[in-house]
Design a protein around this ligand. Structure first.
Ligand SMILES: Nc1ncnc2c1ncn2[C@@H]1O[C@H](COP(=O)(O)OP(=O)(O)OP(=O)(O)O)[C@@H](O)[C@H]1O
Ligand SMILES: [Mg+2]
Length: 319
């Protein structure tokens, strides 16, 4: 059996991560925790394992300010001192706040579309304040994908070609690119619309193709600014779900700007901005899981169940 004394938090992390991946999208923390508990892991260890998952920062924001000068006398503090914010690798982070609170400004700075007046954004350990334009371009090409409000697809190319183009940009052969584009269209549930031009697709479908393009780019970070702003509720929900799916299945970090709370709360964490300042961070993963209640529930149930992911596959992860 596993060693539960010393280095086992790491083992436990691996198991939690493995179960999450092997069971797919909507597996609840509670279900994983219950399996672990029944396999005799102590609750405090399980809690620690969840708390320590996914904690490497991919983006570090430090002492950030962005001022827009409108005239000699008038300036706007769009970001007014965002002193410390980390985005963790693999997480789904929402940025929420009222109109004018600085959400787009922040996202554009994270995406190297705009420059701060002061402060730094460190991406994968590299300070962007010290980057040359060339290095920034390289980052935009290799690290970042964008999903915009207005889809921004190539109008004169089909859905399939829009995705293929992005795959080809990664230096992939035409044949391979076609195959890959087909796979991605399948993942998006858009195979039947492969040959349609953007103008022949609904807003929701166009946005799904835009997300397909982000998948094709294989950059670890997806930045999305109000991707549902021009969609009806049904399509908006589909797009958010799809982004979550990309986050989980492809391991991409997603930063989503939205003022819809029902979408923001799909994230692992919500960052709230007010007047260009950080006004709160809500940890949804923690919030959605009541450990005390969980412990009393499983104690009542007894420990008859066994770990439902088979031991041999768990062992594979550990070896
Ligand atoms: N290019 C610009 N020039 C001048 N002021 C700007 C510019 N871009 C943004 N601002 C100002 O900075 C502040 C923050 O704008 P930002 O677009 O980041 O807000 P937001 O939270 O994205 O709002 P919304 O929800 O309406 O999209 C606002 O007061 C805005 O007027
Ligand atoms: Mg905005």
């Amino acid at each position: 059996m596993f060693n539960r004394d010393m280095e086992d938090l790491e083992q436990l992390n691996n198991i939690v991560e493995y179960i999450r991946q092997s069971r797919g999208l909507h597996v609840e923390d509670k279900e994983i925790a219950r399996s672990l508990y029944h396999a005799a892991w102590p609750v405090n260890m399980i809690q620690k394992a969840f708390a320590s998952l996914k904690k490497d920062p991919i983006i570090q924001v430090r002492e950030l300010f962005k001022e827009y000068r409108l005239s000699e006398e008038v300036t706007v503090q769009a970001i007014d001192g965002l002193y410390y914010l980390d985005v963790y690798e693999g997480e789904f982070l929402s940025i929420s706040g009222q109109s004018g609170s600085g959400k787009s400004t922040l996202l554009n700075i994270l995406g190297l579309i705009d420059e701060p007046t002061r402060g730094d954004v460190i991406i994968k350990g590299v300070s962007t304040a010290r980057m040359s334009d060339r290095q920034k371009t390289k980052h935009r090409l290799n690290t970042l994908s964008y999903v915009f409000q207005f889809f921004n697809l190539l109008e004169n190319f089909t859905a399939e070609e829009n995705i293929m183009f992005q795959v080809r940009m990664g230096g992939v052969s035409k044949r391979e690119a076609k195959k890959k584009a087909k796979e991605i269209l399948g993942f998006l549930g858009m195979e039947s619309r492969a040959k349609n031009y953007p103008s022949e697709l609904s807003g929701g479908q166009q946005q799904r193709i835009a997300i397909g393009r982000a998948i094709a780019k294989e950059a670890p970070l997806i930045l999305a600014d109000e991707p549902t702003a021009h969609l009806d509720t049904h399509n908006a929900e589909k797009v958010i779900e799809l982004l979550r799916k990309v986050n989980v299945m492809f391991g991409r970090t997603v930063v989503l700007v939205t003022h819809e709370h029902s979408y923001a709360k799909m994230a692992d964490r919500i960052v709230y901005l007010t007047d260009g300042k950080l006004s709160g961070i809500e940890d949804r993963a923690g919030a959605s899981f009541d450990w005390k209640k969980f412990e009393s529930e499983v104690k009542e149930e007894g420990s008859k169940e066994t770990l439902s992911t088979d031991d041999s596959s768990v062992r594979d992860v550990l070896n």
